[in-house]
Ligand binder design. Sequence first.
Ligand SMILES: Nc1nc2c(ncn2[C@@H]2O[C@H](COP(=O)(O)OP(=O)(O)OP(=O)(O)O)[C@@H](O)[C@H]2O)c(=O)[nH]1
Ligand SMILES: [Mg+2]
Length: 367
Amino acid sequence: MALNWFKKKKKSENDEPSGPQDSPGFQEEDGRADDIPEEQGLPAGESQPPEEPREQEEKEQTQDVPRQGLFARLKRGLAKTRKILTSDIDDLFRGRKYLDDEMLEQLEELLITSDMGVQTTMDLMAAVAKKSRRIDGAEALKQVLKEEILKLFGDLEPQQPDAGTGPRVIMVVGVNGVGKTTTIGKLAARATAEGKSVLIAAADTFRAAATEQLTIWAQRAGAEIVKHRENADPAAVAFDSVRAAVARGTDLVLIDTAGRLHTRVNLMEELKKIKRSVAKNLEGAPHEILLVLDATTGQNALSQAKIFNEALEITGLALTKLDGTAKGGIVVSICSSLRIPLRYIGVGEGIDDLQVFDPARFVEALF
Ligand SMILES: Nc1nc2c(ncn2[C@@H]2O[C@H](COP(=O)(O)OP(=O)(O)OP(=O)(O)O)[C@@H](O)[C@H]2O)c(=O)[nH]1
Ligand SMILES: [Mg+2]
């Protein structure tokens, strides 16, 4: 099998790290909040909306969105990655019917380009080579890839832990800018649409704009919000939120946290403190520690997951911005190399652009 490309890739990785993707994953004082206007972090519609205003779509949020609508949005979101995996695979077979060595090498490159990761790509290539006699054209190859990717997703545990009695508490963590606040807004909207009561805790107290942004999302979603003053102790906000939710009989608490402090160690210590303060109020809480990862950072997301998991024992992942990247293969890479279930994927900035990760639907949308 043609693994020359992989050797070349390894060499070039060692030679020159390519920008933020290869950084350790933590942008400490990188100036995101300082250099970029505060509105940048606001939900779509508050700054420069990427598309037409989504009034119609926003109306849908409170209704049961039909499966076809979800699938169409997922396909739209995955368009860039799908291009690699479909038209580029079609191109491979132009004028040829069966896979030869050169085509295998090109296929390997396509899989790496879509950010499946080296190990996953090698596993997929081995499977394709085994079944190469069966592969008599682009469609047959796509079918084999679908089957093999589904196998890699195979033993994922889709169920979320039960909260038992009392509110279910989800603490949302991740480095700055990955989409934590947006994901919370979307999760809150999903829950209120299902008739659940939701309380959002503004435990990112380090920027006034963070709380403002969260307040807008809470209003859109019809959720309550608990906030303190800027620079208040985040753990105290989380503590008060859970106490209020227990007293009010709220169904769901979503805790927003900061993605950047002065040092990496401090961020982790701060997050651990929030986790402990939540547990003090409600046994078993937080029921979920959801790590948000940005798909556009590619393989870097994997190293972030490892670091957060060591500190906090992450129970679930949300992968955002799949619509902004051709590297949707990162989903396969994450699912096959991490032991943490991928719960949600973000395929746009709109309130209804967060989907429960469904492997079969995802694979269908990818090809
Ligand atoms: N295209 C796209 N953009 C997204 C998605 N999720 C979030 N974003 C955008 O990513 C940007 C950052 O999102 P935030 O929710 O502010 O990220 P954050 O992790 O809370 O950032 P900090 O609070 O600064 O740590 C915003 O412009 C969002 O609209 C997604 O699934 N697709
Ligand atoms: Mg935020």
